[in-house]
Design a binder for this molecule. Structure first.
Ligand SMILES: [Zn+2]
Length: 274
């Protein structure tokens, strides 16, 4: 099976051609023609952050949003910032604890909004699909409404920049989403985490906060023989933000502990799927 020589796609997950003697996936071919200018993106972020006087931080209690909160408060010194966490019903307990502890440590007001995303999770598990896009879309929508209600113009998120060329996005109502971790490497994130009272929960999948991801990945694996995170993680490797070794580890079939499956299936009122 051909494997892309630049990222971690293979013939199961992407179309691969031989270019100058090397296997290269279509996404890497596009990237090599139109490379992303990392310095330019970081400069754009610096400029944008200078204008931000009042912002919500989209806080999930996962490692990336924790790093984003640290940067917003300590590096960019945003004068007024509120960490808003949306608990979708199946967050790891440790994530809420990490969120609260770190907001307190940094002296940032913390708001927890609780919702029930069971409909999204149940459908994803039953169909063997990824819940991530629908979940993240709903969360950003809720945060946008919260921002408008409380007079915030900016929502800072811990998203990276897997696709696209700008670290910000204009949402309806004039709210601007800032992807503060755009083009920041895994290594840089871990360096920041070391300075904070962050405790790593033991969860399968590329997550430090969500209980659904592991079982959803497992289901998807059983159906498709690979991870639904392949495309996003391939982009991180392509841009040099994650090592190939780490990526391959993240893309293996997860081993989801029974206790975790039990919580997820019971909460979603699903009987075991296999
Ligand atoms: Zn590739």
């Amino acid at each position: 099976m051909l494997k892309c020589s630049l990222c971690v796609h293979d013939e199961r997950t992407a179309k691969i051609d031989i270019v100058n003697g090397n296997p290269l996936c279509r996404e890497c071919q596009v990237y090599l023609k139109h490379p992303i200018d990392r310095e330019k993106i970081r400069r754009e972020l610096e400029e944008l952050m200078r204008e931000v006087d009042k912002a919500i931080l989209a806080y999930s209690g996962g490692k990336d949003s924790v790093v984003a909160l640290y940067l917003a408060k300590e590096v960019y010194k945003v004068p007024e910032i509120e960490a808003v966490m949306i608990e979708h019903g199946l967050m790891a307990r440790e994530a809420v604890e990490n969120a609260r502890r770190i907001a307190e440590h940094l002296g940032v007001p913390f708001t927890l909004l609780e919702y029930d995303y069971s409909d999204i999770f149940r459908e994803a598990l039953l169909k063997g699909q990824s819940p991530c896009r629908a979940c993240s879309k709903r969360t950003l929508g809720k945060l946008r409404k919260y921002a408008l209600r409380k007079g915030y113009k900016y929502i800072i998120t811990g998203h990276e920049l897997p696709f696209g060329h700008h670290p910000y996005r204009l949402m309806s109502g004039g709210v601007v989403q800032i992807r503060l971790l755009a083009m920041m490497s895994e290594k840089e994130r871990f360096e920041i985490l070391k300075r904070l009272p962050f405790e790593f929960p033991e969860l399968p999948g590329y997550t430090t906060n969500c209980l659904v991801l592991g079982p959803a990945l497992e289901r998807y694996w059983e159906k498709n023989g690979h991870s639904f995170e392949q495309r996003r993680i391939a982009a991180l490797v392509r841009y040099g933000l994650m090592s190939r070794e780490r990526a391959e580890k993240e893309l293996r079939k997860p081993k989801v502990p029974e206790w975790q499956k039990k919580i997820v299936f019971e909460r979603l009122r699903l009987t075991q799927l296999h």
